[in-house]
Write a protein of this length. Structure first.
Length: 150
């Protein structure tokens, strides 16, 4: 037999039970990226069809849902992917080599030290037009990780 006391005890426990179930249903939150130094020697290159990539992070920070950084080495004559769009905003800093970037509908030649900004949802692309591998740093961020590029 269920007593009045059992009913009130059950009702009192419901918010805690609901919170526990909600925590189980949601994926574990990734910790915020704090101040960090990424040492070149510690960045492990991973080969791909067009060169190699060194991934640094893909993490939330105090101000954005997702910060993604990597360094790409793009072989001569290669492109990392066809021109595309994504919600993320992106900076590309060319360290070595010669690139062309699709920016505002035009292909623009880029030399070492140059910085490319790709605005949200703008059509953009890269290709190595030089005789040596091009090395560039990519920093891209999104205020909403649900909409960020995968």
């Amino acid at each position: 037999m269920i007593t009045r006391r059992d009913v009130f005890s059950g009702l009192a426990a419901m918010p805690f039970a609901a919170e526990a179930f909600a925590a189980q249903e949601q994926p574990e939150k990734q910790p915020l990226l704090g101040s960090t130094v990424f040492q070149w020697e510690a960045m492990k290159p991973v080969k791909n069809d067009h060169g190699e990539v060194r991934s640094l992070c893909k993490s939330p920070t105090a101000t954005v849902d997702q910060l993604e950084m990597h360094v790409t080495t793009l072989d001569p004559g290669q492109s990392p992917h066809p021109p595309h769009r994504h919600i993320n905003e992106e900076l590309i800093i060319l360290r070595e080599g010669q690139l062309e970037t699709l920016s505002d509908g035009k292909w623009v030649k880029v030399s070492p030290g140059s910085v490319i900004f790709n605005a949200s949802n703008s059509l953009h692309g890269l290709r190595n037009i030089g005789a040596i591998p091009a090395v560039y740093h990519v920093i891209n961020w999104s205020p909403n990780k649900k909409l960020a590029a995968g």
